[in-house]
Design a protein around this ligand. Structure first.
Ligand code: F6R
Length: 607
């Protein structure tokens, strides 16, 4: 949700800023811009649209900027439509800023500044911060920034340059992510590490309220009172190739193909004595035995992984689980207590609603356990216990491999919980774990069956609306299948528990409404097939997603997607792939913007 970058060094910075911004484009792509020190002035170039369509042509019109330091931004609009004027950077001749987040009290500040003679050209909250910096400016950037941020309410990470402090970048954050990258004779700022992995793997993580003063030789961190703060250097574990397309047409397709490896990476380090173990993050069997309830919170795909977790945990650990959409959790006054465990699932570790839910859990005194993909993210840092899912950077806005490893985490957790609570024996726990470890091969087999997804996609591409149905774990999974399809192909879809259709929704069914029936659960198979018969009788074209071993007659469905067999409990992990790939090929046939679907951003850092 908006990406910010900054560079200071000896090299011409225009290309570096643009390139880093492109690496962050998944955070927003409504407009983009850069501001640099050019001669004695600050020069800003910005444009509506994706970087290659707006900013790059505009930079070409302007001619290469002769500058070695500057800041940049790629936007996901919150205040004000996508336009040249609302694009960042914002400022005036003296100061220029880029901003990720939302300033909640910007109207009040704006009114105050208007009363003091300032005028505004954009509709953004960010311009207010730029003008407030100008208002407080006293020649000392640290004092100016401290005075300004003390008046801001909301979330921000800011990159700031002052004309009079040539080739220095200042940065400060609260709630929104920010890193300071350390190169050789060059320094960077970025919303996340993927922006600058090609240049460095070493970075600092500023805490809320710390102000970074950066020149090409390094950075000094100050607290709000101007005291120097010492910080530890962090090193990214991600490889630069992980954040590149590597020959695939889309990041989404590449990330689907990375799932066997992502799964292996996430599972292997957590297996001890043949069973999952969470001792590394401080979660012991005794703690698992004592929790009264388990709450799972996340947004979108992360919440869907939680839904799979609920079915698995309740089935084998016989422990009550409540799954919540993060934005609902906080405001429904949940009945969570200090005797409960709150599991927080997030790829980015920065999703604002999910972070709020975590903070609520922490404030109540519940134990909080995060499953996050981005090490050092806010959720990783603030949770009492944290398990890193090791999917590597996920660039496509549409989550695939992160969902896969979130589900894998849920299975590992369920197995250990069931064992700790005496609901399954050590032998059964080891048996489940061994089957889990075989899944990367089955997932690869699913990926290799791409023709069947392409065939089905060709049939779905002209649909206006469709339904996913399933029961039990198939229902939990079909929620994710439906989200994938609508998110990237823009075909409306819903997921429904098969048995619920006849309580209203079946009235929608006609020959224009395809139905994708997911039927992998042995004990529910006949029931789901009965639902298939019901929709077929009303004209629906049916795609049946079932195991290789499922015995069905050819006339039961119009199209089939077959999946290799594993234990019932584990089928969602295998079945996720066909649903992801069917969505992918449908979107491809419809010529959609697969990695950057309209109106979306990867990391949703506003509530
Ligand atoms: C869908 C998708 C989103 C995210 C959601 C949570 O494909 O990617 O639904 O799952 O925005 O994001 P994280 O996991 O970063 O908290």
């Amino acid at each position: 949700m908006c990406g910010i970058v900054g560079y200071v060094g000896d090299k011409a910075c225009q290309q570096i800023l643009v390139h880093s911004l492109k690496n962050l484009e998944y955070r927003g792509y409504d407009s983009a811009g850069i501001a640099v020190f050019e001669g004695d002035k600050l020069k800003t170039v910005k444009a509506k649209g994706k970087i290659d369509e707006g900013l790059v042509p505009r930079l070409l019109e302007n001619g290469e900027l002769k500058a070695v330091a500057g800041i940049g931004h790629t936007r996901w609009a919150t205040h004000g439509e996508p336009s040249d004027i609302n694009a960042h950077p914002h400022g005036n001749a003296r100061v220029s800023i880029v901003h990720n987040g939302i300033i909640e009290n910007y109207r009040k500040i704006k009114d105050f500044l208007i009363g003091n003679g300032y005028s505004f050209e954009s509709q953004t909250d960010t311009e207010t911060v730029a003008k407030l910096l100008d208002y407080h400016y006293n020649g000392n950037p640290l004092e100016t920034i401290a005075a300004t941020v003390s008046e801001l309410e909301g979330a921000y990470s800011l990159g700031i340059i002052f004309r009079e402090h040539k080739n220095k970048i200042y940065a400060v954050r609260k709630e929104s992510p920010l890193i300071v990258g350390i190169g050789e004779g060059e320094m960077f700022i970025a919303s996340d590490m993927t922006a600058i992995l090609e240049y460095t793997k070493n970075y600092y993580l500023p805490e809320a309220g710390e102000i970074a003063e950066i020149d090409k030789n390094g950075v000094t961190f100050y607290d709000i009172h101007g005291n120097v703060i010492e910080k530890e250097i962090q090193t990214a574990q991600w490889d630069v190739t992980a954040a590149q397309k590597g020959g695939y047409e889309h990041f989404m397709l590449k990330e689907i193909h990375e799932q066997p490896a992502a799964l292996k990476n996430t599972l292997t380090p957590r297996i001890s004595d043949g069973m999952p173990s969470f001792e590394e993050c401080g979660l012991t069997d005794e703690m698992l035995r004592n929790y009264r309830n388990v709450f799972i919170v996340g947004c979108g795909s992360a919440m869907h992984a939680g839904m799979v977790g609920k079915y698995v945990i309740e089935q084998i650990a016989r422990t009550p689980v409540t799954v919540d959409i993060a934005s609902e959790f906080k405001y429904r006054d949940p009945l969570i207590t200090k005797d409960d465990l709150l599991i927080i699932i997030s790829q980015s570790g920065e999703t604002a609603d999910t972070l709020s839910a975590l903070r609520l859990g922490n404030s109540i005194g519940a134990d909080t356990l995060a499953a996050v993909n981005v090490a050092g993210s806010s959720i990783d840092r603030e949770a009492k216990m944290s398990v890193k899912t090791l999917a590597g950077p996920e660039i496509s806005v549409c989550s695939t491999k992160a969902y896969m490893v979130q589900c894998a985490f849920m299975y590992m957790f369920a197995f250990r919980l069931a064992y700790a609570r005496g609901k399954i024996s050590a032998e059964t726990c080891r048996d489940y774990t061994a089957k889990l470890l075989q899944l990367p091969d089955l997932i690869q087999e699913c990926i290799d069956r791409k023709e069947q997804y392409q065939r089905v996609a060709a049939k779905l591409m002209n649909a206006v609306s469709l339904l996913y149905i399933g029961r039990g774990l198939d229902y939990a999974l079909s929620m994710e299948g439906s989200l994938k399809l609508k998110e990237i192909s823009y075909i409306h879809s819903e997921s429904y528990a098969g048995g619920e259709l006849k309580h209203g929704t079946i009235s929608l069914i006609d020959d224009e409404m395809p139905v994708i029936a997911v039927a992998t659960q042995t004990n529910l198979f006949a029931k789901t097939i009965a639902n298939v018969e019901e929709v077929k009788a009303r004209g629906a074209k049916v795609v049946l997603v079932c195991r290789d071993s499922a015995e069905v007659t050819a006339d039961i469905a119009d199209h089939f997607i077959r999946i290799p067999d594993t234990d019932d409990l584990l089928m969602p992990l295998v079945t996720a792939v066909p649903l992801q790939m069917t969505a992918y090929y449908t979107a491809l046939d419809r010529e959609c913007s697969i990695d950057t679907p309209r109106n979306l951003a990867k990391s949703v850092t506003v509530e």
